[in-house]
Unconditional design. Sequence first.
Length: 383
Amino acid sequence: MDVFGWGGDPGERRHLIVELYGGRNITDGATVKSRSGPALKDPVVKLQLGSEKYQSDVVKQTMNPIWQQQFKFDITDISNAAVLVVTCEDHGITWNTFLGEVRVPIADHKDVSFEYSSQHWFALSNPKLRKKDGSPGEIALKIGTDQKGMVNKYMDGLDDRSVEDIYEEASVLAKESNESAHRSLNILYQTREIGSQTQGRLREQGMQIERMQGDMDTVHNNMAQSERKLRSIESVFGTLANQFTSSNNRSHKKKALADRKAVEMRKKADKTREKEKLKEWEATSKADKSNSRSRKRDQMIRRDPSVRQQMGVNEEEFYEYVDDTDRTLDQMDTVLDDLRGMATNIGTDLDVQNKRLDILHRDVSKAQPRIESAINRAGSIVK
């Protein structure tokens, strides 16, 4: 069945025309980052679709060959899943060396007339190259059919359609775009919910780190008391020294308090800086949105409300979809702003918690030798 009018007669042969224009930076990817630089090659291109094969001319000693050759493949009975394989090789006397290849699904091109198709640059792929190697280059192809395809058949019939028919097709596309926008908005809502849950868990984690820091303060204070008692047991001079020194672990508490204040000050400074950036970004976003709406009003002719009754059903439906899509995009913009703020807060919280963990690690490292020393001293007293 000939849907929308494209496709040829049942007995007519259809062909895929492939124009090989040229290449750029064609070389062995393994030599791109070498000290001597990329090596010049004698590139030749082989094309295969199904059982049909073609080969281009050989261009000597260049990285930017120009072929400007056309090849025609019979696609009348070929599967939609067929793939055009374009292989670039370095021509040799006895054999060719593989440089890279491009695989192009013909389903993307079999309904487009060659007359209306465009030239594209395709990056060559070589699975043998390592991550540190460079790119083997690109080749330019123009692909289309020799029969009237979807593009030019649509253009031929454009003048025969009524305004209502055009609005009917436009309404279908507007509906698809509207549904897609709503799906994207739902995904953004789910992402925002996940971000909110992540923020809550980070806050809980920060409170847990605070409790751990308080426990370490208690450990250090208990160690200080234990050291004082051991000192008084070990000698009379230790007892006298305890009389002239404080029993409070003020030095450690003072240092821990200073560390926490430094972290809190850094956190406040980060939040202030992020708020300023957020305000600047919101102002820019608001200006961009306003300019976008102005351009949209200039580009799209909006019907005056007094003449809306003169609209056809399809035209009215089209503008309803457009208006609803516009509102959905505004909602998406708001959610994206929320996500940006969440990401900023999460980054700040992670930075602060990392600093707190560093302080906690330092306190634990200090506590361990004090505990070992106290155990050894107690052991000596017992003996």
